[in-house]
Each structure stands twice: as structure tokens, then as C-alpha cells.
Ligand binder design. Structure first.
Ligand code: HEC
Length: 81
């Protein structure tokens, strides 16, 4: 996954269900302030790690079993904007 279009597409398929609406208290896509706070608390590596391992209300790897850490990093950047 290299291009921005692929990231947007993967986001729609694998993350949007919860992160578009903030469903289940997921940090919302485009809520830059919340994402900045998470990034400064946990660092990008920490956020990639929690995506990979899952969170109390988030399945491990979101819905993207094929994603690499680099893919998750790009998805998180995408959601932060
Ligand atoms: C089934 C709903 C759901 C899906 C699908 C989902 N998430 Fe989440 N995500 C959540 C929720 C809810 C939280 C807030 C933490 C919690 O309560 O589990 C969260 C939190 C996060 C966090 C913050 C982690 C932290 O350490 O605070 C990141 C990063 C994240 N999600 C990335 C992703 C990515 C990338 C995808 C797509 C590949 C994705 N999520 C798909 C529900 C989801």
C-alpha cells in the first residue's frame, strides 16, 4: 500500500465503520486535537502497536488483517487530518 488513494480505500473498508462516527468512543477521523494528544501521549509507535494488538472495543488490526505497521502508520496519519 503506497499511494494516498490506497490509504483512503483501506480506511473506508477497515476503519471507517467506527472512526468516521466516533462509534464506541473511537477517536474520530479529522479530530486533529484528539489525535495530536494521543500521538504525544503514546507516540506513533505506541498507536501502531495498539492497532496491531487491539483495544478494549477495537478488534486487533481494525478490520485490516493484511495491513503492515507502515500501513497502520499511514492510516493513523490519514485519520489525524
Ligand atoms: C469495530 C470498531 C473499530 C474499527 C473497525 C477500528 N477501530 Fe480503531 N478504535 C476503536 C475504538 C472504540 C477505539 C478507542 C479505544 C477503545 O475503547 O477500544 C479505537 C482506537 C484506535 C486508536 C487509538 C489507540 C490508542 O492507543 O489510544 C488507533 C490508533 C486506532 N483505533 C486505529 C485504527 C485503525 C488504523 C483502524 C483500521 C485499520 C481501526 N482503528 C479500526 C474502534 C475501531
Amino acid at each position: 500500500m503506497v499511494s494516498h488513494a490506497d490509504t483512503a480505500d483501506t480506511y473506508q473498508k477497515s476503519c471507517a465503520a467506527c472512526h468516521d462516527s466516533g462509534n464506541l468512543n473511537a477517536p474520530k477521523t479529522g479530530d486533529t486535537a484528539t489525535w495530536q494528544k494521543l500521538k504525544s501521549q503514546k507516540g506513533m509507535d505506541g498507536l501502531v502497536k495498539s492497532t496491531r494488538q487491539g483495544m478494549p472495543q477495537m478488534p486487533a488490526m481494525g478490520l485490516c488483517k493484511a495491513c503492515s505497521d507502515e500501513d497502520f502508520k499511514q492510516l493513523i496519519e490519514y485519520m489525524s487530518k
